[in-house]
Design a protein around this ligand. Structure first.
Ligand SMILES: NC(=O)c1ccc[n+]([C@@H]2O[C@H](COP(=O)([O-])OP(=O)(O)OC[C@H]3O[C@@H](n4cnc5c(N)ncnc54)[C@H](O)[C@@H]3O)[C@@H](O)[C@H]2O)c1
Length: 308
């Protein structure tokens, strides 16, 4: 079985590629390396340095490789960039995705798996956020990530292409870029590992839902199999405050670095955590890596990177 992974040089995509290869799949990676890294790509994957906005090249790859499944991770992922340049965001996240879907049309692709985002919910109306929670996007990124869910549904209705959209909470783990504003775990681990004080906007009592990247990779592979279509949250379902995050990193590093508290940022959501009841009951997926263990892995990874 062959799986084409767009964005397979990125943080989440590269972990999915590793798991696919470990499970015996043939893997083709398509990535323009805009935010991904060559060194993340498993050496047993076939790699095309191609932009998903290039519909002719994308179609050529599909015609040549004839994948059985597509995992579509390639995306512009910055909320801030999407506000500054909504056209670029839509070109990559919406039009680029349509190129991928058009290439799936009439091919042997059985299913496409797509990572949506908690950015589509806005300020929660109730907690935990389940799949039926009303949507209220606060950024063009949120709009583009959700728009794709409509396209997936329409391509399923018209062409019978199966799909699963996985609405992921805050994913963290090795290879995550610590310069992005989305990766608070990565930013804090990097800072505190280097003995620096992390910056907390507000009192640190804001709640987030952190999920380890290999748990997301496992959910992605579980979503590939079977005839189940639709939308599933992938999350821990656990509330973690930013203060608790700092405390846990300190505990593992056996230190007591104090965060610097700055003024709360406008538009930041105070409480957000999601429900994993649906994915748990239908796909039988469960979170395996708890926060303390995930943080330990991340810090070990930073230690190893330092030695290289
Ligand atoms: N990291 C999270 O917390 C999180 C949460 C929810 C959803 N997601 C989604 O998961 C997916 C992966 O996110 P990530 O955190 O690994 O980000 P990432 O930036 O590490 O990975 C995205 C990959 O897509 C590639 N890419 C970007 N534009 C491209 C283009 N035009 N053509 C080809 N390749 C392109 C990048 O080079 C990169 O390798 C994204 O779709 C993101 O929206 C991530």
């Amino acid at each position: 079985m062959k799986v084409l992974v767009t964005g397979g040089a990125g943080f989440v995509g590269s972990h999915i590629v590793d798991l696919l290869i470990q499970r015996g799949y043939e893997v083709v990676v398509v990535d323009n390396l805009y935010h991904g890294n060559l060194k993340n790509i498993n050496s047993r994957a076939v790699f095309y340095k191609v932009d998903i906005r290039d519909k002719y090249k994308i179609k050529d790859i599909f015609d040549k490789e004839k994948p059985d499944y597509v995992i579509h991770e390639a995306s512009q992922i910055s909320v801030e960039n999407s506000i500054e340049n909504p056209i670029l965001d839509a070109e990559i996240n919406i039009l680029g995705t349509i190129n991928v879907l058009e290439s799936c049309k009439g091919s042997k692709v059985k299913k496409i798996i797509y990572p949506a985002s908690a950015a589509i919910f806005g300020e929660p109306e109730y907690l935990p956020i389940d799949e039926k929670h009303p949507l209220s996007m606060l950024s063009p990124y949120g709009v583009s990530k959700h728009t794709v869910e409509h396209y997936l549904d329409v391509y399923n209705k018209i062409y019978g292409i199966n799909y699963v959209s996985l609405r992921c909470s805050n994913v963290y783990g090795p290879r995550q870029d610590s310069s992005g504003e989305g990766g608070v775990v990565s930013i804090f681990c990097n800072k505190m590992f280097n003995g620096e004080r992390p910056i907390i906007f507000g009192d640190g009592e804001q709640i987030r839902d952190f999920i380890y990247v290999t748990d997301v990779a496992r959910a992605t592979l579980m979503a590939m199999s079977g005839n189940i279509n639709g939308i599933f949250n992938v999350c821990s379902g656990t509330k973690t405050s930013i203060n608790k995050l700092v405390k846990s990193i300190n505990k593992i590093l056996d230190q007591d670095i104090k965060a610097i508290n700055k003024e709360e940022r406008k538009g930041d959501i105070k409480f957000s955590f999601m429900s994993n009841v649906k994915i748990n009951s239908i796909l039988k997926w469960e979170q395996k890596i708890r926060l303390e263990d995930g943080l330990r892995n991340m810090l070990k990874y930073l230690e190893m990177e330092k030695k290289v």
